[in-house]
Ligand binder design. Structure first.
Ligand code: GAP
Length: 510
């Protein structure tokens, strides 16, 4: 996988992601999606929406407001429990998440295990059995034991809110501030991640609001409205995509952890007692969605949560292998009846469903799928970016985006800017633009234009040459194989449809 710095600079150089308000030197951990980034993001969003809403007769989509009544966040538990433990280093004045400092320490031990594995692999060659080595090598076992003990203690202290023990752990492990190198730490404090704001013009009457930290609550408060107006029968789902805001203590790793980000969430309402089955089913369905994009089965894994959020009776992450290791990409949570039950209590309104099959009223249980759109963008973008050495020894930078997600599907290139070739190229653009995002490029030699389209992730280039004027054929170049085939202009649509139509991609999920 390409170096992370290269990924960030490629995203900027080719118009995918810019630092926000860059002319004022940017704003920490806030990013803008540029012309190609916005298109890639929209294509990911559409791919999710079609898979979740269009293909499921029992899932509907909504678009709730970002501002919500402040009691929402009391009921959801976010006012009291949406905290991260923070710690400051007195010398560097830098702020850290205390749990992340400990986890990073463990990651360093893990990399020692990786080194042992690499050494042994070299020593034993083909006969090396990694599984057996990990299970028997005394040094590796020692490292693993240490990691397990540290994480267990951290988990317990956080669960009990024993922040003094979290600090003791940091001190015992002699963790130093990455900036100052010192161990001069403050106490660990809880820090609420919600952004507050005010609604209303006058200071007296203004109401304290929060920017939503998850889109899910917009779905819960609309549960009954949607169920009644859509005449939905449990089990059914409500999906939505939209912005969420969290005042992350440490926002880092480019668009992986942001303070303003976008979520794609779906709440699936089920009869009480059936949530475990649905939870397993949604885990499998969501993994299939990811795999349909062809980014390699080995790059995904499930991570079951030991420490459950205040609302969950089971939870797992789908982790993806980012350039900095396996990290959470999507969460699947069995949220019980916590949210609807709590909104009932705080609002005084019944949020129940009459089940004609069970002949009873109940508050449905909920299984949630929640994926960060920006994180999915980073997964796709970092996986796709490659430096390739070609047969002739030259190299190329290519963005092998799944073609269904590529911002531009097709670039039409006249070989030269004369002899009627640009006119024919424009005609081809005009006939294909109805279905595919199509661009026209006549600048520079055709080889350089191919390289530029490779770097933008454009899956196909159509080149119009003098032969095209004679026999109505063009060359169709495949980004990944770089193969060029001669195709009749009339057949272009048919050939492209087989590769680009979203239908063929989505059919892999079912
Ligand atoms: N409604 C449940 C919920 O919000 P979460 O695990 O906190 O659960 C779900 O968030 C997903 O949202 C994560 O898996 C991640 O992809 C994305 N996400 C969360 N915080 C984020 C952040 N600060 N920046 C970017 N994406 C984030």
């Amino acid at each position: 996988m390409t170096d992370f710095k290269k990924i960030i600079s490629h995203a900027k150089e080719y118009g995918f992601v810019f630092p926000s308000s860059e002319i004022y030197d940017g704003l920490s951990a806030v990013y803008d999606y540029a012309q190609n980034g916005a298109a890639l993001k929209k294509n990911i969003r559409d791919y999710w929406w079609k898979a979740m809403v269009q293909l499921h007769g029992n899932i509907v989509g909504i678009d709730a407001a970002i501002f919500m009544h402040p009691t929402t966040w009391k009921a959801s538990g976010h006012v009291d429990a949406f905290n991260d433990p923070l710690i400051d280093n007195k010398d560097s004045k830098k702020r850290y998440r205390a749990d992340v400092l400990v986890e990073d320490y463990c990651a360093k031990i893990e990399s020692k295990i990786d080194k042992e594995v690499a050494k042994a692999q070299k020593r034993f060659g083909e006969t090396f059995d990694k599984k057996q080595f990990l299970a028997t090598n005394p040094r590796v076992l020692g490292y693993q034991e240490k990691i397990d003990a540290i994480l267990k203690r951290l988990g317990k202290s956080l669960e009990k809110e024993d922040l003094q023990d979290v600090k003791d752990l940091i001190e015992e492990l002699e963790i130093v501030c990455p900036e100052s190198g010192s161990r001069n730490w403050t106490d660990v404090k809880q820090f609420n991640l919600m952004f507050g704001t005010k609604l209303g013009a006058s200071a007296d009457s203004a109401m304290d609001l929060y920017l939503r930290p998850e889109t899910a609550q917009g779905i819960f408060v609309n549960f009954l409205n949607v169920q009644k107006t859509g005449r939905m029968k449990v089990p059914f789902g409500i999906a939505q995509t939209g912005k969420a805001f969290r005042n992350e203590i440490v926002a880092r790793q480019f668009i992986f952890r942001m303070r303003e980000f976008e979520q794609m969430e779906m709440q699936f309402f089920v009869p009480p007692g059936t949530q475990k089955e649905w939870y397993e089913q949604w885990k499998a369905t969501r993994l299939k969605w990811h795999l349909s994009l062809g980014m390699g089965e080995k790059n995904y894994r499930f991570h079951n949560h030991e420490k459950l959020a205040h609302y969950a009776d089971a939870a797992a992450d789908i982790e993806f292998k980012f350039p900095f290791g396996f990290k959470e990409l999507e969460g699947i949570h069995s949220r019980t009846d916590f949210d609807l039950g709590s909104h009932e209590k705080y609002s005084g309104k019944k949020l129940q469903y009459f089940d004609p099959e069970r002949n009873e009223n109940y508050v449905p249980y909920v299984v949630e799928t929640s994926i960060g759109l920006d994180r999915m963008f980073l997964a796709v973008f970092s996986w796709a970016l490659r430096e390739e050495t070609l047969d002739d020894g030259s190299s190329r930078t290519v963005l092998k985006l799944p073609s269904v997600l590529a911002p531009t599907k097709l670039a039409v290139l006249p070989l030269v800017k004369k002899d009627g070739l640009p006119e024919l190229a424009h005609q081809i653009v005009d006939s294909l633009k109805w279905e595919y995002a199509t661009s026209y490029d006549e600048k520079d030699a055709v080889g350089r234009r191919y390289r530029r389209q490779d770097a933008l992730g454009t899956p196909f280039c159509v080149t119009v040459d003098h032969q095209s004027l004679e026999d109505n054929t063009v060359t169709l170049r495949d980004r990944d194989t770089m193969e060029q085939v001669r195709v009749k202009i009339d057949e272009l649509h048919h050939t492209l449809d087989a590769k680009l139509n979203i239908k063929h991609w989505l059919q892999k999920i079912q």
